[in-house]
Each structure stands twice: as C-alpha cells, then as structure tokens.
Write a protein that binds this ligand. Structure first.
Ligand code: GDP
Length: 463
C-alpha cells in the first residue's frame, strides 16, 4: 500500500460539507461536499450524478419533503481528480440566508454527512498527498494576501516552490546517507570502494552551502508576508492620528483636540506601491500619572521600537523641538522627522527643517489637516518600501517555521561534517538522518502531527 493510502486510512472517513464562499447575503454561494458520500449526497439533492467536471444546471430539492430549495450549478469531481483527492461535489446556489440554511440543513440530514471544521478540506488535501505543508501555508497566505506582491509570493509557494526545493535537498541527503550506510554495512567486503565517506562529505558540504545561501536572505520572504511596519510616533496633539487618517484615507483613528486620547496602538494596513505596509498610530508619548495612559505609552514605545521605520511627528507651534523629544524617541529604528501643521506657520517650520537633529535621516514639512506635503511623504515611503522589499518575492523562506527547519538542517550537516574527519561513520549517518528528518518536517513528509493543528487553526471553514 502506498504511503498516501496509509495516511488516508488514518483519518476520519466522514463526508464533510460547508459554505465555502462569503457571508450571506451574496449573489452566489458555493457549498462544497467532500468524502465517500459526496456522490450520493449530490444525487439525493439533485436527483442525478452530473458528468464529471462539467457545470450542470440542476434543481436542488430537500429530500425530506421534496421542497425546492433553489436552482443550482452542480459540479462533480470524482476521486482522485479533485482538490482534496476524495470525491467532491460543489453546488453554486443563490447566496441568500434561507437558501443556504435550507441546503446545509438538507445536507446535515443525509447519513454520513457532517459540517466541516475550519481548514478541513485543505487538511484532507494534505493527508491525501495533494498538497505538502508549505503549499498549505502558501494557500493560507494567498487567502490572506492584501497586496499584489504578497499574492505573487503566496502563489509561488502554493505552486510548491519551497516544497520542491526542500524535497530535492532531502533526496540528495538520503543519497548521501546511502553512501555512508553502504560503507558501514559492507565495510568487510572487498568490492565496496574504501572511500565512500569522502564523496558523501563532499555532497554534504555542497548541500550545506546551498541551504545556507537560501537562509542568508535577510529575512526578506518573511518580511513580505508580514509587511513593512511604520510607526507614527511623537508628542500628544502633534497630529499623529490626523496623519494616519490622511495616509489611510479613512477614519481609522479617533482624532481629537484633547491630548492623550489615542491610548492604544491603532493599526492600519496599506498597499503602498503594491507592497504591504502596516501603519501604527502610537499613543501620545509623554509622561503621565494615569495608569491606563502609562500602559498606552509603554505599548506605543514597544511597538515603535519594533517598527522598521518611525515617523516622528511634531507640532512646531507647541515648541516641540526635535532635540528635546528626540532624546526619548526609539533610536534603534530609522526615523524620519515630520513637522506637522505647516498650514499654521510656514516660517517657523522652515527654521526647524533646516536644523534637524542628526538622528533623523529625512525631514518633511506637512499639513496632515490640509494634505499639503503629504504627496512627498507618500513618495518617500513608497521608495523606502520598494528598496526594502527589493527581490523579496523570490525569497524561498517565507515563514519562521521554514527558517527553523532549514537552520536545523544546516546544523545537522555541520555536525556530520565535523565528525567527518574522525571516521565515525555511524555518527555521520545519524546526523545525515537528522538533516533529512528536519527537511521532511518542513514539507510535512514526516512526523508532523504536533504542528498540523497550529497550521490548520488559521484556516476558515469551507477551505
Ligand atoms: P495626536 O495626539 O498626535 O494623534 O494628534 P491629533 O491627530 O489628534 O491632532 C491633534 C489636533 O491637531 C487636532 O485638533 C487636529 O485637528 C489638529 N491637527 C492635526 N494636524 C493638523 C494640521 O496639519 N494643521 C492644523 N492646523 N491642525 C492639525
């Protein structure tokens, strides 16, 4: 029996169904059915089995009383040529509450059918060997993608770019391991070449440098997944929330003339020149006796410190000179000085602009209220994002999980190479086996029960 067959037997044989499209009411709703009873369920509902993979117009009736639920487009994908590798049916109906409730209710009354859990369709695709784990993650990322660059990266991963590479490396390690094992098993036999270890170590060395190269990408792939984080920080009332709203072009933060109203950190996701940017509006950073406000300030500083770029906003009218406040700003991150409220007093502003603190790499004069100067700021942010994300889409490693697995592989290969010279073949084999196992965990080929729940937890029902 194939490995895939064995895995299939292990999982629940129930037929599952779910609404796979958006929240009703919508124009069209897609209900998917998957499992051994999918064909029978479809026949029960529409009175026949349509031709495989052909859209068929059909009347859907409730088997309990023959009541017409809707007219649907029915699709039938017999195993193994379906997304999950099992029998699958799909009904596209009108996306009204009552239609969907009627259809799901009727399905629930068919024996052997039950509602799907979040991510269960994809989980079956994985268990049936239709997707490896990195492809499953790529699918999750594709669904979550907010910008074209994220979408393209997720799509590459869904199409197996990292999984195929990891498999190729793993095969190479297993070949190398075979050389070492041959040396161990047949060490007494005359016709086995003396030196199998040297070529094995050579191959291990090459693999090690290839994997290390893909790790030395400065975390670009993960960054594209998570986005560039820009924190808007500065003293209260400088106009941070107003700036956030202007950049986000919507009322995401509460703009108020009273100091200290933005107590928590507000996040807005932007698509800047095709790249994902998360803007953080941090609470007014100032000393306060109010414990809630203190907590806001603490969080604001922590988030700003972790950001990739800080826009330090001040109101020159308030004497918020860069030198005084700058001493309290987070220094680890690149920081741009933004003089706000340019509509109020241009003269004063230019005096400040000419003498920015050395800690600031760029200086802007804007009015968050009127929008003057905003285009220059957005232009600079886009250029920054473009440089920041340069070549990120092609990065192989897109998640911390991948990075850990590859780092462990490199570490195991390093240990194998270190043992190399000493001639302990058993120990070399042991380390090569460990290297193959960590790569196997990356794609989900081995020993992954513990991480499955973590990965599938993020999926929605119907996927
Ligand atoms: P935050 O505490 O830094 O988030 O400041 P807010 O965005 O809440 O703004 C404080 C006050 O300054 C509000 O009354 C805003 O309308 C006002 N304000 C913000 N930006 C500008 C600006 O560019 N020009 C003027 N004249 N007022 C502004």
């Amino acid at each position: 029996m194939s490995a895939v067959g064995r895995i299939t037997e292990m999982h629940d044989r129930a037929t599952i169904f779910a609404l796979s499209s958006g929240r009703p009411p919508v124009a069209v709703a897609v209900v998917r059915i998957c499992g051994p009873q999918a064909g029978r369920a479809l026949e029960t509902l529409i009175g026949r089995t349509p031709q495989p993979r052909r859209a068929t117009l059909a009347r859907v009736c409730d088997p309990a009383d023959g009541d017409i639920i809707d007219e649907a487009l029915a699709l039938w994908f017999p195993a193994p040529h379906s997304e999950t590798g099992e029998d699958m049916a799909e009904l596209q109906v009108h996306g009204g509450q009552a239609v969907i409730a009627g259809l799901l209710g009727a399905l629930g009354r068919i024996e052997g059918c039950r509602p799907a859990e979040p991510g269960e369709f994809t989980r079956r695709a994985f268990l049936n060997g239709r997707l490896d784990l990195t492809e499953v993650e790529g699918l999750a990322d594709l669904i979550a993608a907010e910008t074209p660059a994220q979408r393209r990266q997720a799509f590459r991963q869904l199409k197996g770019v990292i999984g195929d590479q990891a498999d190729a490396w793993r095969r190479k390690i297993i070949e190398t391991l075979a050389l070492v094992e041959a040396r161990i098993d047949f060490s007494d036999e005359a016709d086995v070449p003396e030196d199998l270890i040297a070529p094995a170590l050579n191959a291990a060395q090459q693999l090690r440098s290839m994997i290390a190269t893909s790790l030395a990408d400065g975390g670009r792939g993960e960054r594209l997944r998570d986005g560039l984080v820009v924190a808007i920080a500065g003293p209260p009332n400088a106009g941070k929330s107003t700036l956030l709203n202007r950049l986000a072009r919507r009322e995401a933060a509460i703009v108020s003339p009273h100091a200290g109203t933005t107590r928590d950190v507000i996040e807005v996701h932007l698509d800047l020149a095709g790249y994902p940017v998360t803007l953080l509006d941090t609470a007014g950073i100032r000393e306060s006796d109010d414990p809630i406000e203190q907590e806001g300030v603490r969080r604001a500083l922590a988030r700003a410190e972790a950001a990739d770029l800080v826009l330090w906003v001040i109101d020159p009218q308030e004497g918020q000179r860069p030198s005084g406040e700058a001493s309290r700003k987070p220094m680890k991150t690149e920081t741009w000085m933004v003089f706000n409220k340019a509509d109020l007093s241009v003269d004063k502003l230019w005096i400040n602009c000419e003498s920015p603190s050395a800690a600031f790499t760029q200086t802007f004069a804007i009015s968050a209220l009127t929008g003057s100067g905003i285009e220059a700021l957005i232009g600079a942010l886009s250029a920054y994002g473009k440089a920041y994300f340069a070549a990120t889409e092609s990065a192989l490693v897109t998640r911390v999980r991948h990075r850990h697995a590859l780092e462990e592989t490199v570490a195991a290969l390093d240990r194998a190479l270190a043992i190399g010279a000493s001639g302990h073949e058993e120990l070399i084999a042991e380390e090569l086996r460990a290297a193959a196992t960590t790569l196997g965990r990356l794609t989900g080929r081995v020993d992954v029960e513990d991480i499955l729940d973590v990965i599938f937890r993020d999926f929605c029902i119907g996927k």
